[in-house]
Design a protein around this ligand. Structure first.
Ligand code: HAM
Length: 422
């Protein structure tokens, strides 16, 4: 036998038994977004590399070590590691931002060359939202409220919690950065080589270190919230008031800074303890400088993205009552001269009259015993049987595969009968 070829590490197939759950989760996401009046956009999976370097930041983990980048003749291209940069690029390119404010969403695969483990993959899927043109905190609140509604619909609301922070203006962050570096320089003995490098390149990321000794020291480090500019402070206070007014619980986490450079003011993450180390199911925040930074006229932006693999895992672990539909409801078996034609005609008639049902034709021959085995395996509710005598008498035998009983119907009665059974 020839040697088989396997999928790339960290890139998963979705099997026919897994796809109904994925479809159900995606439908809940789409339904919630459309109930808030948001519109779908679709962007290419490949973009020019400098887009990500400029938007996400050269020194972030994503850009400095996780991107799938290649040359296409003399142009450097990258498989998108996230959706915000491409969405802002498209919004500038097509003038989406300036016609009026926009509330947009997208869903699709993203690529990061990370070390694969449960909940962390090299190809993963995000559902993301980006809102352009609204500067006030009401929209930050709407995004958080919208996600909270989704968690309820998915049945996971008791297992996720909201972490909130404000990282202020660029200037406030620069002031804070100096204070943090001055503090951390005294504790370099506790740091790994990687953390020492971060201290120079991206010191705010040290705040979410897993190094326990350093974590302890960080309890006494300067707090970002103390360095906030007045406008960011006011924005954050209003956001907290709005969330309080609708009963959304949150924890203010002064160490939450997020791993991408474009944020300012609000940042947030929804986290769970039910998935082990990869506990962040959704993250986002405000990025008021990004549109201008990528060459557009200045316009505020805010958004988030959720990891669909993590949501599917969480739903699997927690919500046992998902109404998943079997792909096949009716299975047609037939045997004997001329029966195939009759079965094809009947199947098409059922599909026209009852398009919500899955009607499967056997197609692969064999005796009735073999065909019934397949029908049982399909999980269908009803088998419709056409043999030579049914052919001649314009009849169909209807068999309840779960209960076993069967009856013979005139072919004209079949549609009404099926309808009465679902
Ligand atoms: P992010 O935090 O990098 O933000 O990713 C958002 C979510 O994608 C994470 O919370 C996680 O659930 C999921 N995710 C990220 N990496 C992986 C991975 N390797 N495997 C599985 N899931 C993963 C962003 O991407 C921003 N663009 C969010 C945003 C939109 N901010 C503003 N607008």
């Amino acid at each position: 036998m020839a040697k088989t070829i396997q999928a790339i590490r960290g890139m998963n197939d979705c099997s026919p038994t897994e796809s109904p759950l994925w479809q159900w989760v995606e439908t809940q996401v789409r339904d919630v977004l459309s109930s808030y009046g948001y519109s779908e956009v679709r962007m290419p999976i490949v973009e020019s590399t400098p887009l990500f370097a400029r938007a996400i930041g050269e020194v972030t983990d994503v850009v400095s070590k996780e991107m799938y980048t290649f040359w296409d003749n003399d142009e450097q291209l990258t498989l998108r590691p996230e959706g915000t940069a491409g969405c802002v690029r498209a919004a500038i390119e097509h003038g989406w931002i300036y016609n009026n404010e926009q509330r947009l969403w997208y869903m699709g695969p993203m690529f990061r060359h990370e070390r694969p483990q449960k909940g962390r993959y090299r190809q993963f899927h995000q559902a993301g939202v980006e809102v352009f043109g609204i500067a006030n905190p009401e929209i930050d609140a709407e995004l958080i409220i919208l996600t909270a509604r989704l968690w309820k619909k998915l049945g996971i609301d008791q297992h996720v919690s909201l972490q909130l922070n404000s990282i202020g203006s660029l200037e406030a962050r620069a002031n804070y950065r100096s204070a943090l570096v001055a503090f951390l320089e005294k504790h370099q003995a506790l740091m790994s080589e990687e953390e020492k490098e971060r201290l120079i390149k991206n010191p705010l990321r040290i705040l979410d270190t897993k190094n326990q000794a350093l974590q302890k020291v960080l309890d006494n480090a300067p707090k970002l919230l103390d360095y906030l500019d007045e406008e960011s402070r006011e924005h954050f206070a209003q956001l907290c008031d709005l969330l309080d007014s609708v009963g959304i619980n949150y924890e203010i986490n002064p160490k939450l800074v997020r791993g991408l450079d474009y944020y300012n003011k609000t940042v947030f993450e929804w986290v769970t303890t039910a998935l082990g180390a990869q506990g962040t199911v959704c993250g986002g925040g405000r990025y008021d400088g990004l549109v201008e930074q990528l060459g557009g006229h200045a316009a505020p932006g805010v958004g988030f993205a959720m990891g669909l693999e993590r949501l599917v895992l969480l739903v699997q672990e927690i919500n046992a009552s998902i109404p998943l539909k079997n792909a096949v409801d009716i299975y047609l078996v037939y045997h004997g001269e001329g029966t195939a034609l009759r079965a094809f005609q009947l199947a098409e008639k059922i599909r026209s009259a009852l398009p919500q049902l899955g009607t499967m034709l056997h197609c692969s021959g064999g005796n009735f015993k073999k065909q019934f085995r397949r029908a049982d395996k399909s999980g269908a509710t009803l088998a419709l049987v056409i043999g030579e005598s049914e052919m001649l008498n314009h009849q169909v035998v209807v068999k309840h595969l779960q209960g076993g009983e069967q009856q013979t119907l005139d072919i004209e009665q079949v549609i009404d009968y099926i309808q009465s059974q679902f």
